[in-house]
Structures are given as C-alpha cells and as structure tokens.
Design a protein around this ligand. Structure first.
Ligand code: ZN
Length: 136
C-alpha cells in the first residue's frame, strides 16, 4: 500500500522532496486554506498550471478542496474578491506569498485567522475594528 502510494506521488511530482515541500506549505498557514481559513486539503496554483504557473512555493498555496475546485483556472485574486469569505488581509497575504515574502504572509494570516474562524460571514465588519492596534 505504501509503496504504491509513493510511486503514485512520484509519478505526479517530479521532485522527490515534493511531499515534504507540500507539508511545509501547509505548516506555513497552520494547515488552513489561505483563501477561507478552513482545513487545507490541497495545494492550489495561484497562477494555474494551464496558464504556465509553476510548482514553486511562490505560486503554490494551501487551499481547501472547496476553494481549489471553485477557483479552477480563474485568476486567483479576481476569483477571491468575489467570494463571500473575501478578506483583504488574506488577499494581502496571498500577494505577499506570491512575492516570496512568506513571513509577511504568515503574519497577515495570523492576523486574519482568529475572528475568521468564529464567523467567516462577519469578517468584513470586523476589519475596521482590528486594523489600528494590530498594525502598530
Ligand atoms: Zn478554502
């Protein structure tokens, strides 16, 4: 069973370290979807592979299956802006991530996370309260 899985993964992924790399991506976000904050079950290409997006850290973000499936080949930022769970802090985090600043992305995600978990639908109204003291 394990051997079969390993072969399957290596067939899919050119790099032997791919599995470890994917794990580290999920760890950056605390195993949360970078878009909505649910459990990350997959890796999403910000720029889709079909449009030349590479499988590198800057282009690969942890995402839940729902977001990954909904986004498909759309531009990640345009797609994300239309979602009910849109959060500008997460959008900034994704932008930082794609620019290679994972540390900044993580800080933005941590900032977005607590309230988002409580109630994703209220995230928009909560934003105004939080900006001032967290940015200091
Ligand atoms: Zn998601």
């Amino acid at each position: 069973m394990h051997n079969r899985d390993a072969v399957f993964l290596e067939d899919l992924c050119p790099k032997l370290s791919d599995r470890r790399w994917r794990k580290s991506l999920h760890e950056f976000t605390g195993n949360r979807c970078i878009y909505c904050g649910k459990n990350s079950e997959s890796i999403d290409h910000v720029l889709p592979q079909s449009k030349g997006g590479l499988s590198i850290t800057e282009n690969c973000v942890p995402a839940c299956l729902s977001c990954n499936g909904s986004k498909t080949d759309n531009n990640a930022f345009e797609w994300y802006r239309k979602q009910r769970f849109y959060d500008p802090r997460r959008s900034m985090a994704i932008r930082a991530w794609t620019e290679g600043d994972i540390r900044l992305a993580m800080r933005l995600l941590q900032w977005a996370e607590p309230k988002l978990n409580e109630n994703i639908d209220k995230s928009r109204s909560i934003l105004n309260e939080d900006y001032s003291w967290k940015l200091a």
